[in-house]
Design a binder for this molecule. Sequence first.
Ligand SMILES: Cc1cc2nc3c(=O)[nH]c(=O)nc-3n(C[C@H](O)[C@H](O)[C@H](O)COP(=O)(O)O)c2cc1C
Length: 199
Amino acid sequence: MNKLLFDAIVRRRSYYAISNRCPVSDTELEEILKLALLHVPSAFNSQSSRLMLLLNEHHQKVWQIAKEKLREVVPEKDFPKTEAKINAFAAGYGTILFYEDQTVVSSLQERFPLYEDNFPLWSVQTSAMHQFAVWTLLEDVGLGASLQHYNPLIDEDVRKIWNIDPQWTLIAQMPFGSPTATPGNKEFLSLDYRLKTCK
Ligand SMILES: Cc1cc2nc3c(=O)[nH]c(=O)nc-3n(C[C@H](O)[C@H](O)[C@H](O)COP(=O)(O)O)c2cc1C
């Protein structure tokens, strides 16, 4: 077993307490995302995933949008808690937006009608693989990240501000930064019934 990969997978956690320090350059961050885009598999090698790396004021902006949209829907008395949560994401160094390009999905559906129903599902699974790869690679360079889903609440504002292709569907947001606190212990369900080996 490759011990380094094993360690990175085990160490990857949801980090909610993060700072705006970054141990690697922005170019290295881009390299991580390029590596995921190139080497994470996709159904029929469709390469339907699209990533956006938001840094500096762009990173701040996406969480400002989330906050304003949430203010419209969260009861006033609950909003301070919501706001604190969003502020914690904004306190990080950057945010990665995970998109799936529906042009690719539709084109596959037309070309392979037998699998028509599967392509949207496979597209989301492909995105999830990218999310896991990026999350683990960020961990590996000393960054802490978490996975957030403020879509579809923020979709339209984000689309307008960064001029996103209307065919791109927002799947997840990943704020990241240097960890400022260690995640709590995680409970594990018994593996006795989660793994079956037949040999
Ligand atoms: C598909 C998926 C969706 C998730 N959505 C959210 C989310 O919207 N907000 C959040 O804070 N964490 C989210 N998480 C993180 C999980 O809650 C977290 O990974 C899980 O509790 C295990 O903790 P760990 O990441 O520290 O190992 C999501 C994780 C997965 C795999």
